[in-house]
Ligand binder design. Structure first.
Ligand code: VG1
Ligand code: CO
Length: 543
């Protein structure tokens, strides 16, 4: 088969963000846009010759066409084998697992995760390295550099391959192995959890609704919950992946998963509600009448993980992203294990997991995971919850209440200000940075600043330093506000304000969250001069 070398020229702005390169779908469809980024990735890892890769995506619009392009480019770059999910489908955690299981040289995951899909919405590409985790910053920097000097890309002149049937096909000398997207992942879950106990839970009448949000988790959740675990048919809703996610926003939080929230707060609520995002790495957990914040969920999972077979011997340590609440730190302290605070984004957990320093990781944005893969894993979190419920035989809400009684409660909320003019957002952040040194000791309303700094991370494994990872302001009395700009948006800037207030062990546990955060919120908005600089203090989305 003829390898073609096609001349191209650098395209601006191909810098991977928090989680891969994300742009409007139409941008990705422009001539050579995808090809340049893929070739830059091959160049950054020292070429594709003789290597093996995993390729798959969340099924959004352009997924299938992009996969054909990547397969031909892998062949053009001399790869020996590519493993692809049937119909191009692979959830992010399943792709991470396949990379590790098959000891491949990495993988391409096509997704813009929780961002909407469709020709007028978003698309994305992520490269994961051979440990199964998102490319670390050193590698994404090399990829970006390569996009700035690219002159040609390699592909082959071949027909599209049929990905609709499991089996083997060839593109020239390259083997393409089309695999069932669920099979290996399901086997991994069965090895981690007590499926008999969870089957017993469902057999005993436990009820659940899992909202797959028309995204990639549908086939996984249906096979595992309804198939292997015996949950009644209809437990999984919106379970068929659609190219536009049913025109929804596949982000599992109380705003975008409102139908599920409404059900869980009603008299008809099942025992547990759960949802996951576009690419299946996020999760939302709701008990009957009780939403569990992702930060609390991480803490509860860490405190109870020993009840599941995989974690029976305890955890090595816990890591959380900096904006995530301190709830899991309290668990780590009680267990006497390591506790790590990393920048936002799963790529920072990889080294800690590889080095065996931590077992469980999580983010406030509804991502939790463990050392079983190198990505966050939505269904894994749901199964760990189910395993814990099956052993403790209590409700979700009782487990959370008991957790708060033991550790105190970290009231928590995130405010998103979307589509802010980029220069205004940058100005707000730079003026805030300029104020940090003088803030300690100053009072704002009823709260006083204890410390203020910009988060910089020193990776304890490889010694790399990541600067400018968000501004954090701690208040006397257990409050905290964090400010950072999103790295996953495709339009303007999104300012995120993360608010937290610790109750103390003897404090009130049943306050309204927004009321509990009122002082910290007022102080945060005043300190960053929000009203003047971006013209509003009301966020677009509160989670
Ligand atoms: C957001 C979240 C972050 C998460 C990232 C990718 O990033 O805040 O916690 O790791 O999305 O999630 P940002 O930079 O917009 O705040 V996923 O499920 O989208 O790939
Ligand atoms: Co995701």
């Amino acid at each position: 088969m003829k390898i073609e070398t096609i001349a191209t020229a650098p395209i601006e702005g191909q810098m991977p963000g928090t989680s891969g390169l994300r742009k409007k779908t139409r941008v990705f469809m422009e001539p050579h846009y995808l090809e340049n980024f893929i070739q830059a990735t091959f160049d950054a890892i020292g070429g594709g010759a003789g290597k093996t890769f995993v390729v798959g995506g969340d099924g959004r619009y352009f997924n299938k066409a992009a996969i054909q392009t990547i397969l031909k480019m892998a062949a053009g770059n001399g790869a020996s084998q590519v493993i692809v999910g049937q119909d191009g489908i692979l959830s992010t955690p399943a792709a991470s697992h396949l990379i590790r299981l098959n000891k491949t040289d990495g993988g391409f995951i096509l997704s813009a995760s929780h961002n909407p899909g469709g020709i007028d919405e978003d698309f994305g590409v992520k490269f994961n390295a051979e440990n199964g985790g998102p490319a670390p910053e050193g590698l994404t920097a090399k990829m970006f550099d390569a996009t700035k000097t690219i002159e040609q890309f390699k592909t082959v002149d071949a027909a599209d391959v049929d990905l609709s049937t499991v089996g083997n096909v060839q593109i020239g000398d390259m083997h393409v192995r089309v695999v069932d997207p669920v099979e290996s992942y399901q086997a991994l879950m069965e090895a981690l959890f007590d499926f008999d106990a969870i089957r017993g839970l469902f057999a005993g009448g436990f009820t659940m609704r899992f909202d797959a949000m028309h995204a990639v988790t549908g086939p996984y959740a249906t096979a595992i919950l309804e198939g292997a675990l015996g949950a009644p048919a209809g437990t999984v809703v919106n379970g068929v992946p659609l190219e536009d996610f049913g025109k929804g926003h596949p982000d599992p939080n109380p705003i975008w998963a409102k139908p599920l929230m409404d059900l869980m707060m009603s008299d008809a609520a099942p025992d547990m509600g759960a949802a996951s995002d576009g690419d299946g790495d996020r999760n939302m957990i709701v008990g009957r009448g009780a939403y569990v914040t992702p930060s609390d969920s991480l803490a509860v999972l860490a405190a109870n993980a020993h009840l599941a077979p995989a974690y029976r011997d305890g955890l090595a340590g816990i890591a959380r992203s900096m904006p995530t609440s301190a709830a899991s730190d309290r668990v780590a302290a009680k267990l006497g294990i390591g506790c790590y605070e990393t920048p936002t984004g799963w790529k920072f957990f990889g080294n800690l997991l590889d080095a065996g320093k931590v077992t469980i990781c999580g983010e406030e944005s509804a991502g939790t995971g463990s050392d079983h893969v190198r990505e966050k894993d939505g269904l894994w979190a749901v199964l760990l919850w189910l395993n814990i419920l099956a052993v403790r035989k209590q409700s979700v809400s009782d487990i959370v209440q008991e957790h708060w009684q033991t550790f105190g409660r970290d009231y928590y909320s995130r405010y998103d200000y979307e589509a802010v003019a980029t220069d205004q957002a940058n100005q707000l952040m730079s003026e805030l940075r300029a104020r940090l040194d003088g803030l300690a000791g100053q009072a704002f309303g009823d709260v006083t600043v204890a410390t203020a700094d910009e988060f910089s991370y020193l990776d304890p494994v490889d010694g790399s330093i990541s600067k400018n990872q968000g501004v954090r302001i701690a208040f006397a009395g257990g409050g905290r506000a964090v400010f950072r700009l999103s790295g996953t948006g495709t339009q303007g800037a999104t300012l995120r304000l993360y608010l937290e207030q610790y109750s103390g062990v003897d404090g009130a546990l049943d306050l309204d969250t927004q009321a509990a955060l009122a002082d910290v919120r007022g102080a945060a908005q005043e300190i960053c001069n929000m009203a003047a600089l971006i013209g509003r203090t009301e966020p677009d989305v509160i989670t």
